[in-house]
Design a protein around this ligand. Structure first.
Ligand code: GUN
Length: 308
């Protein structure tokens, strides 16, 4: 068993953020403002459907309004962009999120570039990306923003320390590196072509795994005392993999028995947790922070648009 003091509990911190957001929603209600988040889901990707459902439910739980627009995978690029235009022009909409990935044949970049940057609660529009890069963050991508909240609220020192980010996506890796840099960490951004990845990650004081490969980060990647944040989220449906990654873990075995699947991250938790000083679990780590920050961004967008 891993000492519970070691666990960076994203569920708890995400819950704190949600409570703060609900308070802000109440304050806005007194001014006659009720933030509204609109989510566009294109196609039938099962994981995306789960994420979108959870975004809508959480918005409503916190007292916000939410609309989900489910569009067929057969929609054309022009039609999709026209739907974005419609939400941009609707003064009742505060936040717009286009769930990614889009089905094959649709190019996400023109869609994200079409969003009204003031409603871009994902922080993916080039204007928001540029503002973050320049050090004037406005709407910041939810997952890296959530990781920063976790590190700050758990008093993890960043200034002058070595942070290594594995994964260079627009959604997590790049904005994560930028946020850590602005917090005065010394940042290394690794990716699939990094030579001797383990030698680089072993230098980390803070290691962020956002690479999208289950179990990639093992004992050989981590030095004693490293803070490890696991952004990965994978469903394991194979008994052999459950036994390999979670040997003797009765809790995971019970979940697998009940649901036929368990969740795991980019980090091999069983190997890495004894070496790390702090570590996020999967589930219950970064996931709840992402959704909490989406809610925070929606309130922020509602405020910014009205200058209140
Ligand atoms: N797909 C996976 N993560 C995200 C995210 O943060 N935002 C959107 N829009 N799609 C995603």
């Amino acid at each position: 068993m891993v000492d519970s003091d070691k666990i960076l509990n994203g569920s708890r911190v995400g819950g704190e953020i949600q409570t703060e957001v609900a308070d802000q929603v109440e304050q806005l209600a007194q001014k006659g403002v009720s933030p509204r988040l609109d989510v566009i889901l294109v196609g039938e990707d099962p994981a995306s459907k789960v994420y979108v459902g959870s975004k809508a439910r959480t918005s409503e739980k916190l007292g916000m309004r939410s609309q989900t627009h489910v569009l067929p995978a057969s929609i054309s690029q022009d039609e999709l962009e026209a739907r974005v235009d419609g939400l941009n022009d609707d003064p009742d909409v505060d936040g717009i999120l286009v769930q990614l990935p889009l089905p094959a044949g649709l190019d996400p970049q023109p869609v994200l570039g079409r969003l009204d940057p003031a409603k871009d609660v994902d922080g993916f529009h080039p204007e928001n990306v540029g503002l973050l890069q320049k050090g004037f963050p406005r709407l910041v991508p939810c997952t890296p923003a959530g990781v920063m909240e976790l590190l700050q609220r758990e008093s993890i020192e960043l200034q002058g320390r070595r942070a290594v980010v594995v994964g260079r996506s627009d959604i997590v890796g790049k904005p994560m590196a930028m946020l850590l840099l602005h917090a005065h960490a010394t940042v290394t951004l690794c990716h699939s072509r990094t030579r001797d990845l383990a030698a680089v990650t072993r230098e980390a004081d803070i290691l962020i795994a956002a690479v999208g490969v289950q179990g990639l980060i093992g004992a050989e990647h981590v030095s004693e005392g490293t803070v490890v944040v696991d952004v990965g989220m994978h469903r394991i449906t194979d008994q052999e993999l459950v036994d390999r990654y979670f040997p003797g873990n009765e809790k995971k075995a019970a979940v697998f028995e009940k649901r036929g699947a368990v969740l795991a991250g980019d980090v091999d938790f069983t190997q890495v947790a004894p070496i790390a000083s702090r570590i996020t679990p999967v589930p219950g780590g970064v996931g709840p922070l992402t959704i909490a920050m989406l809610m925070a961004n929606t309130v922020r967008a509602a405020r910014l648009r009205r200058s209140i």
